[in-house]
Design a protein around this ligand. Structure first.
Ligand SMILES: [Zn+2]
Length: 609
């Protein structure tokens, strides 16, 4: 009966409509270990929580997303929201965690303790209950569980919290959201997603439902004021100014003999550089408390209150030297071919969505230069068109103009069939003997690469595993080059017509050409136009160019460095680039990396069959 009395007393109380952060910090929610900051909940040291709690209070808002670094208090926001609505706006509440055992742990570690620490809810807790289904005496039920279908397909709820939803099995976020459907129609539902960035292992960004949900919301980025110049900036680990220079957490560059970062030396020099005035900020309580005091969210794009997304990085509350150590360690691993630590750094520490291809794309800096493709380039010596055959008669192609040891892209794209190849060559004024076709795929037969080359006077080219190839001089001496002596591709090999006609075929060292392309890129002699193809084609080009990279292994025992090129499915632009370089070597615009320097006389003596 005490309960009934309480209910009457509650009903007579005027409804407390204060914002959740005020209500909770007014002694209404007390926190216990394992929460780090125990005692009465308080947002004064983490002001970036306040607008998030306000969004959860906002009746116009149906979805709130928190994209946050590991252990940054994001889950606490969910717990406070749970208490606030259970005390003041009760309704069915479903908490979903990454797995069933973690849901159970979290319930006893955090949810139960927080509910008990909130007197307005604690009085409604029944004497006995199941952790997975807690029915309060107000009639509202709190469900807790992992993302199993059986948990997500039962009764409707008004509130839904999806914790660490970056790792749910495919389709489960949507499945869970179905449960607020009835309340959504009445505009009373609330979905709260709290998670680090994705995608989960073996998924791409396109397959990441959390990424989709986050980007649908109006994005809010936390920004703070510089104590030197008073201008605002985002407190992020690293940013880039328009001129390409970096700002954010900075350190002096010290490397070891094997090329690895020297962690201890670098970490001793860490500071934060303002993007505007370039002045350093030191990692001390004063900097971080000033950042907290002046911080505010910057809204990106149109402000729609229906779905809102919040993002902040761990630079605001994590020791910078430790972050630099993690980053440099990840960079050392990257150098050896292990890209996972870098992806994890982005996803967990910076809370930035990152998959393998988006990581590689940001890792390659192509030099963009303002030049007009149709204007004459005085340095031009020659131009070449290279084509790479795919299935269904589809070709990737690129045309580049070459000066001495330097090249500019004139075009890149896809085309279909022999007729299109001719059109590309005509459009860019490339002579037939400067058209190269990769003969790695479908070389033979009437419609094969060899036959096409025969018909049109083009050259067949093929990458090979070797490093160097012997060429015999007329005097019998052998010299080495990065490509094999000219051979001949027979389109009718193995048929009756065998031996009737041949196309010129050059086999080259993939590894050598990869290396030359990379060093041209690194030394800014591989130029790309600022005004290139349309946006989609440029993105495709960037993706393909960055999908092949050099990996280095250092053997501690022998002190030897071994490197190799890691290829991927979609790196055709790299093969095209290799064949451009091959043409440039054949035309003496680039020196062969293998050949010993020859005198003019010796050069003429090189056998050409
Ligand atoms: Zn400044």
């Amino acid at each position: 009966m005490g309960n009934l009395g309480q209910k009457i007393a509650d009903a007579l109380q005027p409804k407390d409509t204060r914002p959740t952060h005020e209500w909770a910090s007014d002694g209404n929610v007390e926190l216990f270990p394992p929460v780090t900051r125990t005692g009465i909940f308080d947002t004064s040291g983490s002001r970036h929580f306040i607008p998030i709690l306000d969004a959860l209070d906002d009746e116009r808002t149906r979805e709130v997303n928190i994209l946050k670094p590991l252990r940054s208090g994001g889950s606490l926001i969910g717990d406070i929201h749970l208490c606030s609505v259970m005390a003041r706006n009760p309704g069915g509440y479903l908490n979903v965690f990454q797995t069933e055992p973690e849901a159970k742990n979290y319930f006893f570690d955090r949810i139960e303790k927080t509910l008990q620490g909130c007197s307005q809810v604690a009085i409604h807790l029944p004497y006995k209950y199941e952790w997975s289904e807690l029915r309060l005496n107000t009639g509202a039920t709190i469900y807790t569980g992992g993302p199993a279908l059986s948990n997500l397909q039962s009764k409707g709820v008004r509130y839904l919290r999806l914790d660490e939803c970056w790792m749910y099995p495919a389709g489960r976020i949507v499945e869970a959201e179905g449960r607020v459907g009835d309340y959504l129609k009445m505009e009373m539902s609330k979905i709260l997603r709290i998670s680090q960035a994705g995608p989960y292992e073996h998924r791409t960004l396109d397959e990441c439902e959390w990424y989709r949900a986050y980007t649908r919301g109006t994005m809010h980025e936390w920004e703070v004021q510089c104590e030197h110049c008073q201008k605002y900036f985002e407190p992020v680990f690293s940013g880039q100014r328009e001129d390409g220079s970096f700002w954010g957490v900075t350190w002096e560059h010290f490397k070891k003999q094997n090329g690895d970062w020297d962690l201890a030396k670098c970490c001793a020099t860490v500071r934060f550089e303002c993007p505007h005035c370039g002045n350093p900020l030191l990692d001390c309580p004063k900097t971080k408390s000033e950042w907290n005091r002046t911080g505010r969210y910057k809204i990106l794009g149109e402000n729609n209150r229906r779905r809102v997304s919040f993002h902040f990085e761990c630079v605001i509350d994590y020791p910078w030297a430790d972050l630099v150590e993690l980053w440099l360690d990840a960079s050392n691993a990257y150098h050896r071919g292990d890209i996972k630590p870098k992806i994890q750094f982005y996803q967990k520490r910076r809370a930035i969505f990152k998959d393998e291809s988006s990581l590689l794309r940001t890792g390659l800096h192509l030099s963009r230069v303002p030049y007009e493709i149709n204007k004459d380039w005085p340095e031009e010596q020659s131009r070449f068109a290279t084509f790479d055959r795919q299935a269904e008669d589809l070709y990737w192609w690129t045309v580049r103009a070459w000066g001495l040891e330097k090249s500019r892209r004139l075009g890149f794209g896809r085309c279909f069939g022999e007729g299109d190849i001719k059109d590309v060559a005509t459009k860019y004024k490339v002579t037939p003997n400067h058209v190269g076709i990769d003969s790695g795929f479908l070389p033979k037969g009437d419609r094969g690469v060899y036959a096409m080359c025969c018909r049109n006077g083009w050259m067949a080219m093929k990458g090979d595993k070797g490093y160097e190839y012997a060429h015999r001089l007329n005097d019998g001496r052998l010299i080495r080059k990065s490509y094999a002596p000219l051979s001949w591709g027979d389109p009718e090999i193995g048929t009756k017509g065998e031996g009737r006609r041949y196309s010129p075929l050059v086999i080259y060292s993939k590894s050598q050409m990869n290396q030359i392309v990379q060093s041209l890129i690194d030394s800014k002699r591989w130029e790309e136009p600022i005004e290139g193809e349309n946006k989609d084609v440029e993105e495709e080009y960037q993706a393909q160019m960055s999908s092949r990279r050099k990996v280095e292994n250092f053997d501690e025992r022998t002190g030897q460095k071994k490197s190799y090129w890691k290829e991927s499915q979609n790196d055709h632009a790299r093969d095209l680039a290799n064949e451009q370089v091959l043409f440039a070597i054949l035309s003496n615009l680039i020196s062969d990396p293998v050949i010993e320097r020859l005198s003019k006389k010796e050069e003429q003596a090189v056998e050409s069959k």
